[in-house]
Design a protein around this ligand. Structure first.
Ligand code: HPA
Length: 274
């Protein structure tokens, strides 16, 4: 664990040398949602491969860079290309960037993903504000010795997604005329999409959307005292009784379209948060 802490500190120190201002906001861009990065002004791009100890991403539709800059005058960092558990990364590697953000002084995490809609009322191409989650990945990034300087051994998770930020996101979407849902996200390990029986089970567990990411990062953000806004792009209908074969290409295509709406919501929320 000491080695892990040192690794995070080294990566943070390297980044601090490269950037002009420390970000208060971090945005994690999900599959096909990289477009948000284009709205960043005065960008300073730091490739993962340049950062000592930083993992390197392999998933389709994901780049591998941190983009530092401004949105509406606010200092932000966008993570273009995340690490998925199904790629073979450990939970510690998946959440390494979140620890770096915490040490950089990030206070707000805006996290996005592509997800299947378990709720039969959900249409594809619509964003969903994540109100809560279920960790169904069978692992947890906080397993192992606790780093007291980073957070408590048994972190509270009574408000994993900030109610205040979620309310703001909802209001902004309404003002912009963007249709939006709210719901519970369940994370599975993947990489296969779910069977009909699994989808039926996940719906029974109380989830509205299913995906293969986000939950590890949100657990670590909560541990580290970072407030979270989570938004899913509903890319397909994950409803057992009318399930059609699904490909990653379809998911990416819809995610890209939905990403434009999500980018708008996130930038308008950023504008209003101090
Ligand atoms: N299942 C799991 N992950 C996903 C899905 C899905 O249907 N769509 C996008 N990511």
């Amino acid at each position: 664990m000491k080695e892990f802490v040192e690794k995070v500190k080294r990566a943070t120190a390297y980044i601090e040398e490269r950037i002009k201002a420390k970000p208060k906001f971090a945005v994690v861009l999900g599959s096909g949602l990289g477009g948000i990065a284009d709205t960043i002004q005065e960008p300073v791009v730091v490739k993962y491969s340049e950062i000592p100890g930083f993992p390197v991403s392999t998933a389709p539709g994901h780049k591998g860079e941190l983009i530092f800059g401004k949105i509406y005058g606010k200092d932000v960092v966008a993570m273009n290309g995340r690490f998925h558990y199904y790629e073979g990364y450990s939970m510690k590697e998946v959440t390494f960037p979140i620890r770096v953000f915490q040490l950089l002084g990030v206070k707000y995490l805006f996290i996005t993903n592509a997800a299947g809609g378990l709720n039969p009322e959900f249409d594809v191409g619509v964003p969903m504000i994540i109100t809560d989650h279920i960790n169904f990945m069978g692992d947890n990034p906080l397993i192992g010795p606790n780093v007291e300087e980073w957070g408590p051994r048994f972190p509270d998770m009574s408000e994993p997604y900030s109610k205040e930020l979620s309310k703001l996101a909802y209001e902004v979407a309404k003002e912009e005329g963007i249709k939006i849902y709210e719901g519970v996200y369940v994370a599975v390990a993947g990489p296969n999409f779910e069977t009909p029986a699994e989808l039926r089970m996940l719906r029974h567990l109380g989830a509205d959307a299913v995906g293969m990411s986000t939950v590890p990062e949100v657990i670590v953000a909560n541990h580290g005292g970072i407030k979270v806004l989570g938004i899913s792009a509903i890319t397909d209908r994950a409803v057992p009784d009318d399930l059609k074969p699904l490909t990653a290409e379809e998911v990416l295509e819809i995610a890209e379209k939905t990403g434009q709406k999500i980018a708008k919501i996130i930038s308008k929320v950023l504008k209003r948060v101090e």
